[in-house]
Design a protein around this ligand. Structure first.
Ligand code: KAF
Ligand code: ZN
Length: 560
């Protein structure tokens, strides 16, 4: 599908949506008795951006596809300038993950932002106006209300704030420990004792997950590492084999296997015919119960094996709710769609499971290997939480006007400093537009869904592990983080029951179907990481690490 084709079909679909909406609003659907039919009308009574007049909608789509093209086609030079066609995937991601040279990391970090975000600033300002215009045409006050309507939860933003408040003590312990290990590795000149962590040293272009620092942060360096990437390469893994393994995990639970169309029409590797491709992973539903596809520029790493499960989680959801009426063919809420694959990946990543699939040698039940594993999961899951929050806390502020268009970048860094405790390698300014360096901003993909997912996936994991008799809250010999639900048909049946509901019921009903609870709850996440939290507190105390970070250093100057 070319971008021109995309634009044309988006406009055509908007016309269809507007016609359908006109018909629906002429029906007195609120007095319909049948709950299911009434709910279908309720969903159809909302129009979204299709409410924009055609010329404004065309402008909206052009701005968005223009920013996405800037992002997807950006190329940068390497440190010594010998090559200038480095792309984000796989080149820059590999450098940010594996380079331990602060100069090279700083160069790549700055060059990427120079060639993406900085070029989008004006487009984004205009784009925000259009989102707010669309919101008002839908009877909402701004884009934030339009975006949050799908959660249908009155105090959603304060629920998110409360969940984050519950988790900051755990995050601060991890932050202090990682800052300590980075200071040992790079020296006090590069990493301070009590300040924020330099963003370019965290193993990821956006400092959103720190799993690539496992070699520096392993609690027991001499013990086995759970990053089985070398074994995957040694055993000749291919992207196809990674997706076949993921499919095998899903079917081991009795879930629906990937369809022939999936295997014939997915793009599982970056094409080498020079074709421009949006490499950011995505899953696609063609709404016929058979034609479902993933597009992913997969490389052979454990990180990408986990991403394969994430994308396949979307596909499984598509297949499970294929029998629902069209308007219910989506997640109970967007966080549910993001949590399916990650929930199963919590089992896949365990040493127990990696041994089962031959990627880890004999792992005796060694508490130190276990702590190394828990740390690797925390570096991805705990580190991610404040990033997931910042991404939409910033956008909510921009849409609602709390963040003025002259302060876009410095307000972004105020949030990055305050919530994540990170700082840019060099002071930024309002000439930059660093949010645009992350796919979901030009891609206009909301992000709080991932924060929700990272909370509820532990609730799902805990419930399914109890069903699979792999976890017992009172039996320390079977802790939650060692649970692997592989092959358990009971757990699979429970998950399938929720997935097949799609959006036919309010999301608390779907949550209750799996966990017995009706709200988001961080307790399961805290239970999972309890052994690590205890270890981190002892370790930080022994090393006299300072918990928290100073915020008095300037990270961004408001000069226009
Ligand atoms: O962005 C993704 C994975 C891509 C996706 O699967 O969430 C994808 C994003 C997307 C791409 C294009 C258009 C819209 C959304 N979402 C889907 O493909 C999708 C989502 C819902 C239903 C159907 C498909 N993950 C996030 C967060 C994350 C999640 C899990 C582990 C690490 C990090 C990230 O990488 O920052
Ligand atoms: Zn996703």
């Amino acid at each position: 599908m070319t971008s021109a084709g995309m634009l044309a079909s988006r406009l055509e679909y908007a016309r269809f949506e507007k016609d359908r909406w006109k018909q629906v609003t002429q029906v007195d659907w609120k007095s319909i008795k049948d709950e299911n039919v009434k709910r279908q009308f309720k969903v159809l009574s909302k129009l979204g951006t299709a409410a924009l007049p055609e010329d404004r909608l065309e402008k909206y789509d052009q701005l968005q596809s223009g920013m996405e093209r800037t992002y997807s086609t950006a190329r940068v030079c390497n440190l010594n300038g010998t090559s200038c066609d480095l792309s984000l995937e796989p080149d820059l991601s590999e450098i940010m993950a594996n380079s331990r040279d602060p100069e090279e990391l700083e160069h790549v970090w700055l060059a990427w932002r120079e060639n993406t975000g900085k070029k989008m600033r004006n487009s984004y300002k205009e784009f925000v106006e259009l989102i707010n215009e669309a919101a008002e045409l839908n009877g909402f006050s701004d884009g934030t209300e339009l975006w949050l309507d799908v959660y249908d939860t009155a105090d959603f933003q304060s629920q998110i704030a409360r969940l984050w408040d519950q988790l900051t003590p755990l995050y601060e312990q991890l932050h202090a420990y990682v800052r300590g290990r980075l200071r040992q590795h790079y020296g006090e000149e590069v990493v301070s004792r009590d300040g924020p962590i330099p963003a370019h040293l965290l193993g990821n272009m956006w400092s959103q997950s720190w799993g690539n620092l496992l070699d520096i942060c392993k609690p027991y360096p001499e013990k086995a590492s759970v990053d089985v990437t070398p074994q995957m390469k040694a055993q000749g893994y291919t992207p196809l084999k990674m997706f076949q393994m993921s499919d095998e995990f899903f079917t081991s639970l009795g879930l629906i296997p990937m369809t022939p169309e999936f295997w014939n029409r997915s793009i599982l590797e970056k094409p080498d015919d020079g074709r421009e491709l949006v490499c950011h992973a995505s899953a696609w539903d063609f709404y016929d119960g058979k034609d479902v596809r993933i597009k992913q520029c997969t490389v052979v790493t454990l990180e990408d094996l986990i991403t394969a499960h994430h994308e396949m989680g979307h596909i499984e959801y598509f297949l499970q709710y294929a029998g629902q009426p069209q308007v219910f063919k989506t997640g109970a809420n967007p966080g549910f769609h993001e949590a399916v694959g990650d929930t199963l990946a919590l089992s896949v990543a365990t040493p127990k499971h990696l041994k089962k699939i031959g990627l880890l040698e004999e792992v005796i039940n060694d508490p130190e290997v276990d702590m190394n594993f828990l740390m690797s999961v925390a570096l991805d899951k705990i580190a991610f939480l404040p990033f997931g929050y910042v991404m939409d806390k910033w956008r909510w502020g921009v849409f609602s006007g709390d963040i003025s268009e002259d302060d876009l970048n410095c307000e972004w860094w105020k949030l990055r400093l305050g919530l994540q405790g990170i700082e840019p390698p060099q002071v930024r300014s309002e000439m930059d537009f660093d949010p645009g360096a992350k796919y979901h901003i030009p891609g206009n993909v909301p992000y709080i869904r991932y924060f929700v997912s990272f909370i509820i996936q532990f609730q799902f994991h805990k419930a399914l592990c109890i069903t699979a008799n792999q976890y017992d809250p009172n039996d320390r010999a079977r802790p939650l983080h060692q649970c692997d639900i592989y092959n358990n048909k009971e757990a699979g049946k429970k998950l399938a029951k929720m997935l097949s509901m799609g959006a036919s019921k309010p999301w608390p009903d779907a949550m209750e179907a799996i966990t017995g609870q009706r709200e988001m709850d961080a307790t399961a996440l805290r239970d999972y990481f309890q052994p690590l939290e205890d270890w981190l507190k002892r370790e930080n105390q022994e090393n006299q690490e300072i918990i928290g970070w100073k915020t008095d250093e300037p990270v961004c100057t408001r000069e226009p």
